[in-house]
Design a protein around this ligand. Structure first.
Ligand code: AMP
Ligand code: ZN
Length: 113
């Protein structure tokens, strides 16, 4: 989508601190990190939020999770990490291109909401 920030990052039109890229998945560091390690894993395909996910995307979303876990290990998050999808207005989603936050490098505390 032409007006989507994360599509522009995937296309290279907006710079990002890339962590990983393959044909389907792109990962980059969050511009406003909330933990010592904070990166986003996204599908290259534009999917606005989880309501856009259908059976055709099951393999892609599974891959997103696998790549996220592999990158977390690569980043040395041996003590664990938190994985977050903010979804929709009440979920605090700001960018409407599905993204999986991975945060780690410190003890994450607090309730989920
Ligand atoms: P949310 O939609 O609330 O799950 O979060 C969007 C995330 O994208 C926030 O954590 C932002 O800091 C992050 N973000 C926004 N713009 C950029 C950018 N240009 N590069 C990297 N991360 C970004
Ligand atoms: Zn997009």
């Amino acid at each position: 989508m032409s007006d989507c920030l994360f599509c522009k990052i995937v296309a290279g039109d907006i710079p990002a601190d890339k962590v990983y890229e393959d044909d389907d998945v792109f990962a980059f560091r969050d511009i406003s990190p909330q933990a010592p390690t904070h990166f986003l894993v996204i599908p290259k395909k534009h999917l606005s939020d989880l309501s856009a996910v259908n059976e055709d995307h099951e393999k892609l979303i599974g891959k997103l999770v696998r790549i996220g876990a592999e990158l977390a290990a690569q980043e040395g998050l041996d003590g664990g990490y938190r994985v977050i999808f903010n979804n929709g207005p009440d979920g605090g989603q700001i960018v409407y291109h599905i993204h999986m936050h991975i945060l780690g490098g410190r003890q994450l505390r607090g309730p989920l909401g």
